[in-house]
Ligand binder design. Structure first.
Ligand code: BES
Ligand code: ZN
Length: 453
């Protein structure tokens, strides 16, 4: 039986198994769900073993466990290390979901659930590709799996695990499906990912909440002050005003930018999908560039004072914001954290005190497109989709990819099958069944074409 026939014959079971995995709320950020995170780890461990891994284990960490599996068939063949994550983002706000996030439903050819696309649905394609190759006698590489439970919270313990298990993780290439294609008619391969620096700020005004009538007007309001400070972080051209922020940022040649502009992008459709009447980005660059090759600064959350029902007249003592910056090649996550911190403090008026702390971060990634592994991925796409994949710079971050290079000396092939419109991290996350099955097919073909570096 061919790989394609095997996938076709077993497609309903593949989906049922994925649905069962999606039912487990493996929310890494919320300690209440630690038991479920563990259940999700055990679930994929068992499925890996059924799919053909000879050795599978759950590796405990100081946080959520890492699932490791391997099928080593011949030491003279290349070894592919598959990385992915089984943890998911919190599903809030729950009231905006059309069906509960952990009760998967199939609608219009898509599976709706938290984690459907990011990343359980994409990881599961690799598990089923292994099963497909084993059962069609087409496995032509050794495979190792490393599926973690903390990607959505910064992968801190994975870094420690990788450092301590270099021998176990020895491989020729890392294969990851945790990114997107352009659309279902236009396959693409990820040529780069942005890095990240995530900060939290606390602005303190008076030593206690005050009556906004009795004191308002004389005493600075930290929420107002915070808003003024945030507003100063960008100028009228959308440029980030932190001194030194753009130092070293890779500028692309006109030829490269022209090439980038060739990828299909319909601005009207993009805006209509998001329900906005206009886009806003750094002057002089296009939306594809804004999300691919330019750094950003965004407030992810801002709060302080009274946010409950009705109105309470109060001049709050404190205000907070979570601010993230996406980074591009040439920027360093730690350096940007220091620059932000110094600049933000310098913006504070004397009437408030400011505390700045750093959350997680990660370095940007540039893929070496001139490699055997990328050529194998290209051939796999061509065979499965009838089209060559277009290289794209993607806006999201997978901080661990840079660490794989530093710690293991390994390059990663970022071969994702999601769509930007899959509602990642947002209500009604979904994954196309077409993408799921086509992904299994493409991944299985990657192994056929990959003959080592
Ligand atoms: N799968 C995403 C990253 C992604 C999405 C890359 C779409 C390219 C296209 C990943 O799970 C993720 O969300 N990463 C986080 C980083 C982390 C430190 C929380 C992100 O990008 O916000
Ligand atoms: Zn994610």
């Amino acid at each position: 039986m061919s790989q394609k026939e095997y996938i076709e014959k077993n497609k309903d079971r593949f989906l049922t198994e994925l649905i069962d995995w999606l039912k487990i709320p493996s929310i890494s950020a919320d300690s209440k769900f630690a038991g479920d995170v563990k259940l999700a780890a055990e679930y994929v461990k068992n499925r890996l073993s059924e799919a053909g891994c000879d050795k599978v284990e759950i590796c405990p960490t100081a946080g959520h466990p890492i699932v490791y599996g391997e099928k080593l068939i011949d030491p003279s063949l290349p070894t592919v290390l598959v990385y992915g994550h089984y943890d998911v983002q919190p599903p809030d706000p729950l009231n905006l979901w059309n069906s509960p996030p952990f009760e998967p439903v199939i609608k219009d050819g898509k599976i709706y659930a938290r984690g459907a696309s990011d990343d359980k649905g994409q990881v599961y394609m690799h598990v089923k590709a292994l099963e497909t190759m084993v059962n069609t006698n087409t496995l032509s590489c050794n495979i190792k799996f490393m599926i973690e439970g903390e990607e959505e919270v910064g992968s801190d313990n994975l870094g420690i695990f990788v450092n301590a298990n270099k021998e176990k993780l020895k491989a020729d290439i890392i294969l990851i499906s945790d990114t997107s294609i352009i659309n279902n008619e236009t396959p693409s391969i990820t040529a780069g990912l942005r890095g990240l620096t995530y900060m939290e700020v606390e602005v303190t005004g008076p030593n206690r909440d005050l009556h906004s009538g009795v004191y308002g007007g004389a005493v600075d309001n930290p929420v107002n002050a915070l808003c003024e400070m945030v507003a100063k972080l960008k100028d009228e051209n959308g440029k980030i005003t932190i001194p030194g922020f753009y130092d070293g940022v890779l500028e692309y040649s006109d030829a490269d930018r022209k090439k980038m502009a060739e990828r299909p992008f319909d601005k009207k459709e993009y805006m209509a999908d998001l329900g906005v009447d206009a886009l806003k980005g750094e002057a002089g660059y296009t939306p594809i560039e804004h999300t691919g090759i330019r750094p950003t600064l965004d407030v992810n959350g801002i709060w302080g004072g009274y946010t409950g029902e009705g109105a309470k007249t109060v001049l709050p003592s404190k205000a907070y914001a979570k601010i993230s910056m996406r980074l591009v090649p040439g920027q360093h996550t730690d350096k940007i954290a220091t620059l932000f911190s110094d600049h933000f403090k310098s913006l504070a008026p004397k009437s408030v005190k400011v505390k700045v702390t750093k959350h997680h971060g990660g370095m940007p990634v540039v893929t070496n497109l001139d490699s055997q592994a990328i050529r194998a991925a290209g051939k796999a796409f061509e065979e499965a989709w009838g089209k060559k994949p277009i290289p794209t710079m993607e806006g999201g971050s997978i901080p661990i990819v840079a660490l794989f290079k530093d710690e293991l000396g390994l390059d990663s092939v970022l071969m994702g099958f999601g769509l930007d419109s899959d509602a990642l991290h947002s209500p009604n996350e979904h994954y196309g069944l077409f993408n799921f099955y086509k992904g299994i097919e493409t991944i299985s073909l990657f192994y056929k074409h990959y003959k080592g570096n």
